[in-house]
Design a protein around this ligand. Structure first.
Ligand code: NDP
Length: 467
């Protein structure tokens, strides 16, 4: 069979490929639509890396990942059978030229590589003849700061046009993020109340129980702010705050998200976090037990330089200074080694303006929560009519969000293979997200914001609860 598209995964021996990319393809086979299966027809999967690896080993990895995703049948067999592994250094022009000899049809180059290597490969791609239809897929972080992201954009633009560059942020494919986009513009209740008029505060939180998990090489140079808030959680903020796009296509949706982020800035209006007037705080974990597992202090983890002061928990407050949202604090938070992790977008509504005499308040703000894990919607609203007929009481309702058999990475790959960048990050947005957090990074670098401590297995430093 002649392939119609080759997906060339650079860095295929790495963690991302094994844990997320190959299972993502498997999920498209197992749980995708007919159109997904068409996208995969004739796909040739080439894995590549510098370390020795045979075709058979690679095929076995693809087969295993498909098996884990319950992907079987003729299509899965064909993809496994056609897969190849080509050993080579992607930063070498000669090696890359040899790699291209194995490519058939259109080309998708997936950079599953450490970020420092990506710019070097982009330079190689500029110096080489690529198939006419070539698409690039990149992983965050996109550069180290706004300047680095802009430089990366310039280098990539010399290879292919912007609409064929997929900067991946799989949080845009999370059910909660997609549900946010669906609910805001299609739900009469929410459409009316989703603004500063009714919403008092929004928290976008993604905590996890996991500690460092041996990833000091990457994480100790990044920390929670760069790893989670600057990238994933800002994208979630954008889908939560953007104005309604004219259409859910690459041009209009991405314009709307970019405008929301252009209007986003570090909270300028005074205290948001109790006990401090700073709009950010940071902490790192000390030894403790999470979910029955003992974790050493972050500072004692292998490969960590404790003097670097890398935070494992970060909270920042932002304002989206648009007519819709000005004056509402958006708190972004993410932490590792958290005992009872929250993963959600939680909006708290303002109290009603007046209340008939004789009705006493429930004392609890009304809330809408869209949960990441498990994907769910929760509402707390004020009701009454129990034993005391005019006493108000909160009622909580929870429902599962529609599920999909396709994983977030399956969704990402659907966009990449289908040449649809709607859910990928545009170059200007990659730069903007660095600009938004730069004042926080500067404040931290100047020592203005203390690095606090929390015990692994707790929910953060005492008095920090964002709830
Ligand atoms: P790894 O650190 O596992 O590296 C992937 C592969 O890159 C390695 O197996 C190695 O293969 C190759 N490589 C490493 N150094 C070099 C070098 N100097 N020159 C050429 N090739 C090199 O990365 P991950 O798989 O964890 O991540 C890949 C990308 O995805 C990163 O940008 C990361 O930030 C991003 N990402 C990762 C996630 C994850 O969960 N892992 C989640 C979200 C994003 P070989 O030695 O065979 O050449």
């Amino acid at each position: 069979m002649t392939a119609t598209t080759t997906m060339l995964i650079l860095g295929a021996s790495g963690d991302l490929t094994r844990r997320l990319l190959l299972p993502g393809i498997g999920s498209l086979i197992a749980g995708g639509e007919d159109s997904d299966l068409e996208l995969l027809q004739g796909l040739k999967l080439i894995g590549s890396g510098r370390s020795e690896h045979s075709d058979d080993e690679w095929r076995q990895e693809v087969r295993d990942a498909f098996g884990d995703a319950d992907a079987s049948g003729d299509l899965a067999d064909a993809l496994v059978g056609d897969a190849e592994y080509v050993v080579g250094d992607p930063t070498s022009k000669d090696d890359f030229a040899r790699l291209l000899e194995h490519v058939e049809g259109d080309l998708v180059v997936y950079f599953a590589l450490p970020p420092s290597v990506v710019v070097k490969v982009a330079a190689v791609l500029q110096a080489i003849d690529l198939p006419e239809h070539t698409v690039l897929a990149l992983e965050k972080p996109f550069g180290d700061d706004a300047e680095g992201a802009a430089h990366l954009n310039d280098e990539l633009a010399k290879v292919v046009p912007e609409d064929r560059i997929h900067r991946v942020d799989h949080f845009l494919a999370h059910r909660a993020a997609l549900a946010m986009l669906a609910m805001r513009f299609n739900n009469r209740l929410l459409e009316r109340s989703w603004s500063a008029e009714d919403v008092e505060r929004v928290e976008i939180v993604y905590d996890e129980q996991l500690g460092l998990e041996g990833r000091a090489g990457y994480y100790d140079g990044a920390g929670a702010l760069k790893d989670m808030l600057q990238s994933h959680l800002l994208q979630v903020l954008a889908v939560s705050t953007a104005e309604e796009p004219l259409a859910f296509d690459a041009e209009h949706l991405r314009d709307a998200l970019a405008t929301a982020l252009q209007a986003t800035r570090v909270w300028p209006h005074g205290p948001v976090f109790p006990g401090t007037d700073r709009p950010s705080r940071r902490a790192r974990y000390t030894a403790g037990e999470v979910d029955g597992k003992r974790l050493p202090s972050y500072a004692d983890e292998d490969g960590v330089d404790p003097d670097r002061g890398t935070e494992t928990l970060a909270e920042i407050a932002l304002e989206v200074a648009t007519p819709r949202w000005a004056g509402v604090p958006f708190v972004l938070r993410s932490g590792k080694a958290i005992g009872s992790p929250r993963n959600e977008i939680a909006a708290e509504f303002r109290p009603v303006r007046t209340r008939p005499e004789g009705q006493r308040g429930s004392g609890q703000p009304e809330r809408l929560v869209l949960g990441f894990k498990p994907p769910r919607v929760e509402m707390r609203f004020t009701s009454g009519g129990g034993d005391m007929p005019f006493e108000l009481e909160p009622v909580e309702v929870t429902g599962a969000l529609p599920r999909s058999g396709v994983t977030e990475y399956g969704e990402v790959l659907r966009g990449i293979l289908g040449d649809d960048p709607t859910l990928s990050i545009r170059g200007d947005v990659a730069v903007r997200c660095w600009e938004i957090v730069q004042p926080v990074l500067d404040a931290w670098a100047s020592g203005d914001v203390p690095l606090e401590e929390y015990q692994a297995g707790s929910d953060g430093p005492a008095g920090w609860s964002a709830r």
